[in-house]
Design a protein around this ligand. Structure first.
Ligand code: NDP
Length: 419
């Protein structure tokens, strides 16, 4: 039915590609293009013979708009799935506009070079005006709204789990469960154990930047920012058990604050073990999380990129990770004049994911919704020109697809609330 160009071939992309290949009716043809072509070729070799989907591979530097335009014009896809890094969001959106092709990704834009003076000036203005200091925000991609609308193209932002599925849960709760949602707590619990003293479950650079930043939440129409890891709660997660979780800034709070009418508070919590936090603090204290280039024995290095080279590749954690994830949203609000609560969530087992697609659950829970988001656009179930986040579309076909394609969800009508 459709041809898709997938950019990136890391942990998340590998799962999305496996799922596209299970869904050959929609994904008739895929082209996998990434910086390191050998990874694309290896995956193609692994999948060929197991799927009806036709697979081709290409090399591309997605930081370069001209290269992307040449690639897109050559491949002529119906959709470009950006599963590279947030650094490439804008170049890939530019290329999609130039070629008249729909776009989707799994994380919002963040610059690689935090010292770019133009970006810095805008960032500092936003920190002051909006009140949160994360390096990423939606404004850069929301700036493309008019261009995509005028071109009659759709850009779907952040179709992973969080962001992504968590916003579909919010849209579902808004449509079916509540007349008014008052509060949303997004809980991201990874009860998995990979046996290493320290490793990250997705790209280390993006992950460590995110979790070492100040936390923030939305309350009564404005952001409240707190020092990193300074709000801690314990929660008893279904099928995982008791875990410590910490309040983080997270991108979907920014869009949900605008799209869920009258919401009073939105927070995001992620679980971390003590070993992870101790390692992270130590690495931060000695400067290993720095994104500033420095000279080392005649070579320029960026400490966090050097650290990435030392850490286990998240794509290799699959065989050794055991345990489950439990990710979802707790809602409070009103229905038919009465107070109501609900927890919509998914539980995913690391080893089951490994058996199915050779990856751990963090890549799985992101890669499956990436395929589903693409399917929504390709089948025309989600189709409106402009730039949108997941909760701005009808949640029903997406929620149905989650059940069908490996991320079944459930609802607890009486969850323990987070204080
Ligand atoms: P990886 O580092 O495993 O993979 C990134 C891939 O992008 C690699 O194949 C890499 O190539 C490729 N790449 C990087 N730079 C370029 C470039 N300039 N040109 C072409 N290809 C490039 O990352 P993950 O798979 O862990 O993460 C992928 C995305 O998913 C990220 O944006 C991440 O933030 C997002 N994510 C979203 C989540 C959600 O729930 N929404 C959760 C987890 C991740 P190479 O092999 O050469 O390095």
């Amino acid at each position: 039915m459709a041809k898709v160009l997938i950019i990136g071939c890391g942990g998340v992309a590998s799962v999305a590609i496996h799922k596209c290949c299970q869904n050959s009716e929609v994904f008739e043809e895929i082209c996998i293009a990434s910086r390191t072509k050998s990874k694309c070729d290896a995956l193609k070799e692994k999948l060929e013979g197991t799927t009806k989907t036709k697979i081709t591979t290409r090399q591309v530097d997605a930081d370069k708009v001209d290269e992307l335009i040449a690639l897109i014009n050559d491949v002529k896809p119906d959709l470009v799935m950006n599963i590279a890094l947030p650094y490439q969001d804008l170049t890939i959106m530019d290329a999609c506009l130039a070629c008249g092709v729909n776009y989707m990704d799994t994380a919002n834009y963040e610059p690689e070079d935090l010292n770019d003076p133009e970006w810095r000036a805008r960032y500092e203005k936003r920190c002051e005006e909006a009140g949160f200091s994360a390096y990423f925000d939606y404004s850069y991609q929301w700036d493309y709204r008019e261009k995509f609308e005028k071109a009659g193209l759709t850009a779907l932002l952040g179709s992973g789990f969080d962001p992504g599925v968590t916003q579909a849960y919010c849209a579902y709760a808004q449509k079916h469960l509540f007349d008014q949602i008052d509060t949303i707590d997004i809980l991201d619990c990874n009860g998995g154990d990979h046996g290493y003293p320290f490793a990250t479950n997705f790209n280390p650079e993006i992950n460590l930047r995110e979790v070492s930043a100040p936390g923030s939440y939305w309350e009564n129409g404005h952001w409240v920012e707190i020092p990193a890891m300074s709000i801690k709660r314990e929660y008893d997660f279904d099928q995982v058990g008791h875990k410590d979780m910490y309040l983080l800034h997270h991108e979907e709070i920014e869009s949900l604050a605008q799209t869920i009418p009258g919401v009073q508070r939105i927070r995001f919590f992620m679980t971390f073990g003590q070993s992870y936090l101790t390692h992270m603090k130590c690495l931060e204290n000695v400067g290993m999380l720095s994104t500033e280039p420095m000279m080392f024995e005649g070579h320029e290095i960026v400490p966090i990129q050097f650290l990435k080279a030392l850490l286990p590749d998240p794509a290799t954690l699959g065989p050794r990770t055991v345990g489950k994830t439990n990710i979802g949203c707790i809602f409070t609000g009103k229905k038919d004049g009465k107070e109501k609560t609900a927890y919509i969530y998914n539980v995913c087992d690391h080893q089951e994911c490994y058996k199915e697609v050779g990856s751990q659950a963090i890549s799985y829970t992101t890669g499956v919704p990436a395929m589903i988001g693409a399917m929504m656009l390709l089948t025309g179930k989600w189709n409106k020109p402009g730039v949108y986040t997941v909760e701005e579309f009808d949640p029903d076909p997406y929620m149905e697809a989650l059940n069908k394609w490996g991320l079944p969800w459930q609802i607890n009508d009486n969850p323990v609330l987070v204080d």
